[in-house]
Design a binder for this molecule. Structure first.
Ligand code: PXG
Length: 293
């Protein structure tokens, strides 16, 4: 981040000068939404889907993004360009802006704050892509959609962070989160898939999960390859006894799961279906995308 530039409300500034007010409601209340987007070989992967999710989330919390999607799209491309990055991780943050204390968003006196950071990310050590993740089931349940819908990628990530703390304490790589009924929802920052009974299965959105862009890509790849797939409520039993399991996310990409709660999944190595999807995903990420220019 030494020579990097960050976009803050219409300006590109060095990170040390990129400042947001302590009275911004993103800071005070987690009042805002964000996106994590990846660029590969000078192209931004699934940019329009990320933008659509961001604007939908903003709409869900009655937040007006002060610039239209086409302009924010240009800002994202410009931020990547100015940082001279070919492979990157872009973080877009829209918070409600500065205002007087008090929950009512009408306390807000300024337009929403828009920040774009172009950097890099690595969630897990590189060897897990060859050998698989060690995953635990977290005690912390995923937010219930009737309270705060996980489909909104809001600045309130404490639910996920509490689960992530359990993961670190257990010395594991990642944590599986169940919904309030005990069905599998997702991992702390990734979606979950299993291959069992010759079907690819993943929980439906109403299980209480973020509808991942990578999850969508994997479903498209499954259709393309001709793998039968279904969205289905999953219990822990269906993961423990799966032939293969993997997680998906923009930061994680596709990452195999070797163990869950100490139980070996399949033969404990990335399986043929997982490997096939990983290989095809790699091809897709370097061929499609919006050129940074
Ligand atoms: N579930 C949750 C809760 C997430 O936050 C995903 C699934 C995967 O979605 P995508 O659209 O990326 O396939 C996410 C992704 C970060 C960061 O620091 C963001 C996520 C996960 C981990 C880190 O920007 N979001």
């Amino acid at each position: 981040m030494v020579d990097s530039l960050v976009y803050v409300n219409g300006e590109f500034v060095p990170p040390s000068e990129a400042k947001v007010s302590v009275l911004d409601r993103g800071y005070l209340y987690g009042d805002g939404v964000f996106e994590g987007i990846r660029g590969y070989s000078g192209q931004i992967f699934r940019l329009d889907q990320h933008l659509e999710r961001l604007y939908r989330g903003a709409d869900a919390i009655s937040l007006d993004v002060p610039l239209p999607p086409e302009e924010l799209r240009d800002v994202i491309l410009e931020t990547v360009r100015r940082n001279d990055l070919t492979d990157c991780y872009v973080r877009v943050i829209v918070s409600r802006g500065e205002g007087d204390l008090g929950l009512d968003p009408r306390m807000c006196r300024s337009p929403a704050t828009v920040v774009v950071i172009a950097s890099s990310i690595s969630l897990y050590p590189p060897e897990v892509y060859q050998h698989g993740l060690n995953v635990i089931t977290c005690i912390t349940r995923r937010n219930t959609p009737t309270a705060l819908d996980p489909q909104i990628k809001s600045l309130n990530y404490l639910n996920n962070i509490l689960a992530r703390i359990e993961v670190s304490r257990a010395g594991a790589h990642e944590g599986l989160m169940l919904n309030h009924l005990g069905y599998v929802a997702e991992a702390t920052g990734d979606n979950v898939f299993v291959w069992r009974g010759q079907h690819l299965l993943t929980p439906p959105t109403h299980a209480g999960l973020l509808e991942g862009i990578t999850r969508q890509v994997v479903l498209e790849l499954a259709a393309e390859i001709g793998l039968p797939f279904r969205e289905e409520m999953l219990t822990l039993y269906q993961i423990y006894s799966a032939d293969e399991c993997f997680l998906t996310g923009t930061a994680a990409e596709i990452v195999p799961v070797a163990r869950l709660d100490g139980r070996i999944i399949g033969d404990g190595q990335p399986g043929p279906i997982t490997k096939r999807l990983m290989a095809r995903f790699k091809e897709v990420t370097i061929t499609e995308g919006v050129p940074v220019g």
